[in-house]
Design a protein around this ligand. Sequence first.
Ligand code: DX5
Ligand code: ZN
Length: 214
Amino acid sequence: MIAPSILSADFAHLADAADSVSRADWLHVDVMDNHFVPNLTLGLPVVKSLHKATDLPLDCHLMITDPDRWAPGYAEAGAANVTFHVEAAANPIQTARAIRSAGALAGLSLKPGTALDPYFEILKEFDTLLIMSVEPGFGGQAFMPEVLGKVTAARRAVNAGHLRLFIEIDGGIGEDTIVQAAEAGVDVFVAGSAVYAADDPDRAVTRLRELARD
Ligand code: DX5
Ligand code: ZN
């Protein structure tokens, strides 16, 4: 699946940004609070409006402090998937359950330097595992191939039947990097600049999907 990140779109025209990627599977929405990451984007009111403006499932990636408090609200606002950072969560299991109760998929995200091993036990509480392949905060950064080991480990567990999980990667995904991520076992590819810097975003989505499938 391809999930264009609207972080690289024109924030004054978000509905158009959604319309321009009609062939996407999910629309990735980066919520940043100027605290967990050094950047500030958007929050619940924008997610609510965006949900009304597009049929694409919203993949909300919360890069915020205290996700335990805020994450379930994004499910209530209409997000299809709500992912929060394990580094910021006080009670990830309880938060995942609250997201699911509110009707969305629950996602756990790891920064590039955060190991997966300590969290294997709690992954059964989640539907998606988002592995960051750049430091969270900004679009357009270079892909960090060293995170692919975490993808491989998660893929092995999924294939062995221990987990039911979408493995998602976020950061620096484009035509030059998507194949190695696909080979490592990624299911969902977030792409911001690679989609929205293209002349035809929908064509970029199709091209990325073709490369990932090859
Ligand atoms: C970064 C965000 C990403 C970002 C990716 O913190 O989580 O979703 O939009 O942008 P690209 O694809 O340009 O690296
Ligand atoms: Zn993101």
